[in-house]
Write a protein that binds this ligand. Sequence first.
Ligand code: PMP
Length: 403
Amino acid sequence: MTSAATTGLPLASRTDLLVGSVIDSSTSLLARQTHDIVRFAMGSPAAEAIPTEALAEAARTELGTPASYDYAATEGDPGLRAALLEMLAGTTDATTDERLTITAGGMQGLDLAAKLFIDPGDLVTVESPTYTNGSATALAYQAELAEIEVDEDGMSIDALRAAVDRAGRPPKVIYTVPTFQNPSGTSMSLDRRRELLELARSWGSVVLDDDPYGMLRFAGDPVPSLHELADGDPLVFSVRTFSKIVAPGLRVGWVDADPSLAQLLIHAKQSMDTCTNLPAQRLVAGFLRSGRLEVHLAEQREEYRRRKDTMQQALAEHFSGRATWTDPEGGFFLWVSFDEQVDTEALFETALAEGVAYIPGNAFSPARRFPHDLRLCFASTPTDRIHEGVARLARAVDVAAGP
Ligand code: PMP
């Protein structure tokens, strides 16, 4: 934590609430390592899944004029908005132009939601475990957080009701990653989605629907998004991103929200970046217009299924009887739970020395409820390396346990 005392500068008191991202600090730590490490830590797409050729082609056709580098509309470039509407047509996230705001990735969507809805002291529920940068954003806006248990059907609605009873007031915002959740990999069932919307309506809460992985389903039956189920009810604020389906470094995403919020979103965004990054939007639009997205997604789904299956096999080989883990139907992550002997924060250094990286469970819980769990990203590592990485993790657990 940085405080006025340590910098000598008159910092705002809210800086005490900027908790920092464990994921980002692990990335910096990893960047300093010189030995071979199997990286299950970051939630990056597979290197092979970045459509570099199609993007290079888009750069040639879309970025050839000075106008491509000009200041641009805050709500997003009309070309990308049109291509995005077409991409979403017929999907569970189908929408209309007046609901869209183009953002700098999903993170800016989360920040915008917090900026619009959270007053200091407001109750915000987050999943437990939750996406750490999402809960950190709510905290930065001085929310009071309540953690709601997640099981194999996603966020527990009973636990949500109980937490609200305990708090004695409804949540202002209910934050959820409903599909292939980061970090657990589980998805919220259709019944729970419906119940959640009903409860949110009765409480007057906003449902912050953060769904970056929904298009990456490789098993099981599709479940309608909260956006679709809300059927135009203004209570759902949806945050989406191209980070997982095209490329994270482009920093392009979108918010799908009630049209009554459109002008406010522009105003809120103007104090962040005023004009949304035009070259990045043009690259994405060019890629979408190339007509390659469908094939690209199909290839990604197939490869991620293979990688997930490989990780399941490797975990079964090395950890049967010693841990349990989730079996996601899409997305990037699975969640491993050990018994009380294994402290995954303490294990991290040993794992790094053995040549494997993950994110400890406590990173995903403001109340640090997961000392014996960890998140593994299966998406970014080729299958042969997945075997090696899980074997190294097993060695690390053995070394940490001692003779
Ligand atoms: N929400 C969730 C659940 C995520 O997993 C991520 C990316 N890890 C984001 C939001 C942020 O997306 P972006 O990288 O596009 O900002």
